[in-house]
Design a protein around this ligand. Sequence first.
Ligand code: COA
Length: 703
Amino acid sequence: MEQEALTGVIEPKTVAVIGASATPGKIGYSVVQNLVNDGFKGTIYPINPGVDEILGLKAYPSIADVPTNVDAAIITIPAKAVLSVIDDCGKKGVKGIIVITSGFSETGNRELEQELVSKAHANGIRVLGPNIIGVLSNSASFNGSFAPFLPYSGKGALISQSGALLIALDAATYTRRVGFEKLISIGNMADIDFADLIEWLDKDPNTSCISLYIEGFKNGRSFMEVAQKTSKPIVALKAGVSEHGAAAAASHTGSLAGAAKVYGAAFQQSGVIQASDLNNLFDRTLALSLQPPLKGDNLLIITNGGGVGVLATDAAEKYGIPLKFAPKDVQAELKKHMPEFGSAKNPVDLTGQAGYDWYYESLRYAIGHEWVDGVVVLYCETAVTNPLEIAQGLKKAIDEAGAKDKPVTVSFVGGEKSDEGIRWLVENGIPAYTAPDLAVNAMAALREYARSRELISSAPDAEFEVDEKLAREIIKNAREDGRDSLTEIEAKEVFRAYGLPTTTTKLARTADEAVELAKKIGFPVVMKIVSPDILHKSDAGGVKVNIKDEQAAREAYQTILDNAKAYKADANIHGVAVQEMAPWGTEVILGSVNDPTFGPTMMFGLGGIFVEVLKDVTFRVAPVSQNQAKNMLGEIRGAPILRGVRGEAPRDQKALAETISRYSKMILDLRDEISESDANPVLVYEEGKGIKVVDARIILKKK
Ligand code: COA
């Protein structure tokens, strides 16, 4: 049903333009003109109460007057009039309305937008927009927009939250020779959103790659769910990377989580490839729409120039596919297609003498060899070669090798003749670029796609045993106490209920109790103030470490209380926590925020100076599998510290990954209660020796 409703909007057979105009220059005129000029094969009904004919088509005063049912209505009347035409659309069986009109939520008119959606839904109608330029579909010859022409034809589909940008990119598809089957303007997303369109495009036989220009989602999780299930590559450019929400954060993690990082994490987890800018969005779309994924890391570079070879080698490392030398048999065979002074290592340098034959022979052999997963071909224009001929040789080699599951990307550096070669390659299904870095970046997109799919399809973790009931009990007690944050002791109890190893921590209300607890736990101990009014305990002089005997414990108890009272005279003091002094290990920080778009989100980073100064942290939307958690450990700049540097033993990354995964389950299960949290520091010991949460903070949602 959903699919059919969207088909009505994206590939309608009958279209009414409500607000069609006979006056050139008006949007209602452009839309009718575009439908006609771009050869729409279905029926067009211009709707206008004051005109009989528009561009040779009979016009009707109202959609209620048209003689047949209608699939889609394109709306180009002012905002205040839009609601008045919806019931008539319903009577004509309209499946979806394409609301070009502006003046809804983007200008603060939220109520009008809500009413529009409610009324449309009551009539069984889906809403695209409002505030959009429309929909363009090449295969349906449907230009239901005020963009002047259908895009350069190809297999991409671009959904854009910016209408103006989409018009500009429509024109750029021709100059860039990046082909699109569909361009869809999504505007305010009052009803139809990215997830709906991606689901539809996944089943569209004419689309092989889905490209997105995103300003912000309304519901990040539904996007992630759909993206994960999609069988086609999705490439996204996210605009707006300001640190929204960070200023008001109460926890460490809250102040580090910015929109860009959380979106980046969500993309990674749902198999969405990111683009760094508009050019990169097109470059990556070209590769992902034309080539299969790069399934392994054995990338071969074939070149006629050492310079571009080195640039490509640098790019390969930069984009995460470091080059390896090809096996001996591959090298021996390739040696046959180059002069004595060529190189068969990787990059394979055919030298400046290389013409059609050497390119053709070496690519045909390489792409057919089992060791090779993919090939980047580089060419520098020379006086003795013809770029178009080289391009044709490459295509012939690929076709004859029959290795359809291995990607090839190409870079031609040169002038007009090289551009001609590039155009020919793209028209023949081979992504070709003007610089080696671009060809390698495109290959990296194909590798990223393969990798993210491997991770998504890897077996899910076994369920952890946790005690959610106990965790909720502790939170309930704190709420009954009128608090919206947990004490360290309570936070650690919640962590323990989810199987996170924490230091033993007990509450002492008198100096005698403190001494007794310290004896039970075993000296040396750490003592800390427990007060819901003092979140930054060290600042208040509320922490004493390395307390070695009874006398010191007694004194520490008193000093901590005195300091706390001096810091905040009216603080509600629960007592002093006596805590096991864990042996020192590598300090890391774990934490969570409740992101406005994606909900519970995990953070991991190295602690101490790494988090304070370098902000060397990484994020994932909860839940985080242990495999994903392992990837997080490798992502931060300080990753080598966990792997063991300068003769130090590697840290217990397995225990750390499990802890991250358990933590993520905790924040997901308790998302109605927990707003932000930190485990900081967490000490990580040598491999096999586990981890320990030393300090914990949980801030509850305000209720
Ligand atoms: N049914 C049918 N036609 C109607 C109508 C109705 N209920 N109400 C008005 N019309 C007709 C008008 O008579 C007019 O036709 P005319 O040219 O023959 O007089 C036509 O619809 C358009 O209405 P008009 O009042 O002239 O509006 P407009 O053309 O100046 O502006 C919009 C209408 C929708 C273009 C304008 O409100 C708007 O939203 N512009 C921004 C659109 C945009 O940029 N969107 C993308 C953002 S990325």
